[in-house]
Design a protein around this ligand. Structure first.
Ligand code: GLC
Length: 650
């Protein structure tokens, strides 16, 4: 229904901000008008009964308009170019890398000098781990932000970031940074004012005079870091109150039931958008709404907030896509892409954490059945959205897929997870992995896994043992894992250091600000002498780097690898092999990955079951052609190897 009051209000704002007849203004104006009703109804869903709802909604519209006014002509032009391309972020031509700027090259201004390194590898998308001010020693790797608009002096200045963004953009590279939406550092101005007793800012957080409400919350809230930060509330002696701290004690949860918090954070989001960010990683969105009697995770209102933010971003900075960093069960993750009227209108990206963990599962067991059992859930991802696919990142590996998937593969879930944890912490017979358990919950025995890609794949142990054969096996394991990540559909995101096989760094144990958190073992400090070995033929670094280079160049050549919801799983009749088909119109790519340390045989029948049986298959990985054999004849896949077979006619 036409909302006269809403449109009068928008008209007044447009006059106030002198929105004129120029192309960019008209585009903004039409986007605002077409999204206004959705924005209003999502806002009402959250705040209709809040006493300050009207005032804050005015603030929201002002925030959008002001952000549009501040957006540069260059960014407006880029928005238009992306819009003309359509779903630009589904492309097969984007590969990312996630990195800590200080560990990688000391500071932001040095990053510009490293762009050639990324290009050589085939990486054209950078996720810069949190750069905004965060108290040293209590930073959670930068995820405890004390000033959302000031770059931490350790990294440089906002100007440095703008310069590097411009350089990247000029070289057709994309930029991703984080918005830490769920919490601030206890040193953030809002938290400091709350400590001093300012009611306005106490209302920005979940603060309580005594334990009664916190205790009620605690009955149903799980713990995120049960070892390092047990419980979900912290006593603040300065004001004599309890504040909600779901992550660490120094990370205060923002109270999004207060619309002022939403408007403030929207303003920060648009500030980042106007820095030229291409994809915004929304940190921990599963936690942004809290309700007594629930786990306070994945609640419907958290989705309402994400939808609202998405519609707002679409109006003020349409070229910026959103990634929801929800590391949740397969069933839950789909909701982050939007449901009902909002399908594909919530987050554009989510991490495919389930697939990531399942690849680790398959690598440990040599058995792909659990992976296969989960796919019917993962295939529900709506058209127009995409995954970030990854093998490792800065966080731990959680085995968060469902028990029934493990059961379907004929394993006992408790024993199976126990085996995986033993395997990757190096405690299972025959395991060469050197990882460690993270966040062990003494009450439930739940645990996640830390360790670099190389160490989990056995490279660290092989080097210690000075065993050439084990080194080769470890490298093959690394590459088969990455290859699967590159072709499964989505934007592949490498983690810095993995491109040259960094093993665990144990120096975090000597630093009291890090020793309580073993995720630091897999966040290396780059030694450029080591990385320069990529030019030494036969070195470990060169072997891994050049394999990734090749994977990147293959991926970029093959349009059917773009994420158009065009993935079909195959049944290779061999439990050690994961097989899927990527298809776009007539172009088909059959992909097979052998997760076992034994030669695998794949019946040629498999490639004849989906569409016209191909006569020839060209393996882009080994650069060789196969004539498709008869049924009961076999494609041979070497141990920990894979084939990327493009169907060709004779
Ligand atoms: C996200 C980050 C993680 C951090 C947490 C709290 O999960 O990836 O590193 O500890 O949020 O901000």
């Amino acid at each position: 229904m036409y909302d006269y009051i809403l449109h009068q209000q928008i008209k007044a704002t447009l006059i106030k901000f002198k929105i004129g007849k120029e192309e960019d203004d008209l585009s903004f104006y039409s986007r605002l008008i077409s999204n206004a009703s959705a924005i209003k109804s999502l806002f009402d869903e959250l705040y209709q009964y809040h006493p300050k709802a009207t005032e804050q909604f005015d603030g929201l519209i002002d925030t959008l308009t002001a952000a549009h006014k501040k957006r540069t002509a260059v960014l407006h032009k880029k928005d238009a170019a992306k819009a003309a391309k359509g779903l630009w972020f589904l492309s097969n031509e984007i590969t990312g890398m996630s990195l800590y700027v200080d560990n990688f090259c000391d500071n932001i201004s040095n990053l510009g000098g490293k762009l050639d390194y990324f290009k050589k590898l085939g990486v054209n998308f950078l996720h810069l781990m949190p750069l905004f001010e965060s108290p040293a020693g209590e930073s959670d790797g930068g995820y405890a932000v004390s000033n959302f608009r000031k770059i931490d002096s350790r990294f440089g200045t906002l100007d440095d970031l703008k310069k590097v963004q411009q350089k990247m953009s000029a070289e057709d590279m994309y930029l991703m940074i984080d918005i830490v939406l769920n919490h601030t550092s206890h040193q953030h101005e809002w938290a400091l004012k709350a400590k001093q007793g300012e009611k306005k800012y106490q209302d920005y957080f979940y603060m309580y005079d005594d334990r009664s409400i916190p205790d009620t919350f605690e009955q149903t809230m799980p713990e995120v870091f049960p070892e390092a930060a047990p419980g979900n509330f912290t006593f603040i002696p300065e004001c004599g109150k309890w504040v909600m701290t779901v992550f660490h004690k120094y990370q205060w949860d923002l109270n999004f039931s207060n619309p002022a918090v939403l408007v403030e954070m929207l303003d920060v989001i648009l500030f980042y958008a106007n820095l030229g960010v291409d994809v915004l990683r929304i940190d921990a969105p599963a936690f942004i709404w809290k309700q007594i009697g629930t786990t306070c995770q994945n609640l419907p209102r958290a989705h309402t907030i994400l939808r609202l933010l998405k519609q707002c971003v679409q109006v003020a900075s349409p070229g910026m896509a959103l990634l929801g960093e929800a590391i949740v069960a397969p069933k839950e993750i789909m909701n982050y892409f939007g449901t009902s009227n909002f399908i594909a209108k919530e987050c554009d990206f989510a991490y495919n954490a389930t697939q990531m963990a399942l690849q680790w599962d398959a690598l440990a067991t040599g058995d792909t059945r659990v992976m296969l059992a989960a796919q019917h859930e993962l295939l529900k991802k709506p058209y127009g959205t995409s995954w970030i696919t990854y093998t490792r990142c800065h966080d731990d590996i959680g085995l968060g897929y469902d028990d029934y998937m493990i059961q379907q593969a004929s394993f006992n879930p408790y024993q199976h997870r126990g085996y995986l944890k033993d395997f990757y912490s190096g405690n299972a017979v025959g395991s060469t992995a050197m990882g460690a358990l993270f966040a062990v919950n003494p009450k439930t025995q739940d645990a996640r896994i830390s360790g670099t890609l190389a160490s989990l794949c056995g490279l660290e142990k092989a080097i210690i043992n000075n065993n050439e054969a084990e080194i080769n096996t470890a490298i093959n394991r690394i590459i088969v894992m990455q290859a699967c990540t590159f072709f499964i559909g989505g934007l592949p995101m490498l983690f810095y250091g993995d491109e040259v096989g960094y093993t665990n760094d144990y120096s975090y144990l000597d630093n009291s600000a890090k020793s309580y958190d073993n995720r630091w073992m897999h966040r290396p400090v780059i030694d450029w002498d080591k990385n320069n070995n990529i030019d030494t033929e036969g070195s470990i670094e060169e072997r891994i780097f050049s394999a990734l280079q090749l994977l990147n160049s293959i991926r970029k050549k093959l349009p059917m690898v773009a994420d158009y919801s065009n993935l079909t799983w195959l049944s290779p009749y061999n439990i050690h092999v994961a097989g899927f088909l990527r298809q776009l119109d007539e172009q088909r790519l059959f992909c097979f990955f052998n997760f076992k340390n034994e030669v695998a045989y794949v019946d040629w029948q498999v490639v004849k079951e989906k569409g016209n049986p191909p006569a020839l298959l060209f393996d882009h990985w080994q650069k060789r052609e196969y004539i498709v054999g008869r049924d009961k004849e076999y494609l041979i896949v070497e141990p920990y190897s894979f084939c990327l077979l493009e169907a060709r006619q004779r």
